[in-house]
Design a protein around this ligand. Structure first.
Ligand SMILES: C[S@@+](CC[C@H](N)C(=O)[O-])C[C@H]1O[C@@H](n2cnc3c(N)ncnc32)[C@H](O)[C@@H]1O
Length: 175
């Protein structure tokens, strides 16, 4: 896909690595990265802008963007089908599959997938729990941090055969 000159919205940008790498590769693109969690680097290329926002509520940076990137927004319940259709995508389809979380599978390909997902899950854990556990469950910031540390330790121990339901959206854009 030729992204030259585009404005891209990276939903659930996480550490912002995808956005920064792309901005470095192509200075003609402008990327806005949104995430619940302020996990992004401070010094970034001038064509990247990060904002702490919840994509499930109104957010201010979407109007000027034309291209959406969304790689793994774990835990978000946003209506991506509607978002994609409103952004001009057609033939939007969703595929849901069960993927391993952790490198417990014996099959090498599934092991690699599980390891990658566990690493991404650990990075996104703060964003997953920060709002929901404090605002909805009424836990303190410290309680949430302790809980997250426990979850990370369980993932590292890798003794439970954990799985995740992963939703993949595929769509076409008519230029
Ligand atoms: C598994 S990480 C993936 C990060 C990055 N997209 C990548 O592929 O490396 C999922 C990210 O989605 C963010 N996220 C989940 N729900 C969100 C929401 N409602 N609004 C904004 N970000 C959200 C989390 O904070 C987390 O950083």
């Amino acid at each position: 896909m030729n992204l030259a000159g585009r404005s891209i919205l990276d939903i659930g940008t996480g550490t912002g690595k995808w956005a920064v790498d792309l901005a470095d590769q192509d200075p003609s693109v402008t990327i806005v990265g949104l995430d619940l969690s302020p996990n992004q680097p401070e010094f970034v290329p001038p064509n990247v802008h990060f904002f702490v926002e919840n994509v499930e509520t109104e957010w201010s940076e979407s109007e000027s963007t034309r291209t959406f990137h969304n790689r793994s927004t774990a835990g978000s319940r946003a209506d991506f089908r509607t978002c994609a259709e409103e952004a001009g995508f057609v033939d939007v389809s969703e595929e849901i599959f069960e993927a391993p979380l952790g490198n417990w599978p014996e099959d090498q390909q599934k092991k690699d997938i599980g390891e990658m997902l566990a690493s991404s899950f650990k990075m996104g854990l703060h964003g997953l729990t920060a709002k929901a556990f404090q605002d909805v469950l009424g836990r303190s910031k410290e309680e949430v941090e302790v809980f997250n540390a426990f979850v990370r330790r369980e993932l590292d121990r890798n003794t439970s055969k954990l799985t995740l339901h992963v939703s993949v959206f595929i769509a076409r854009k008519i230029e």
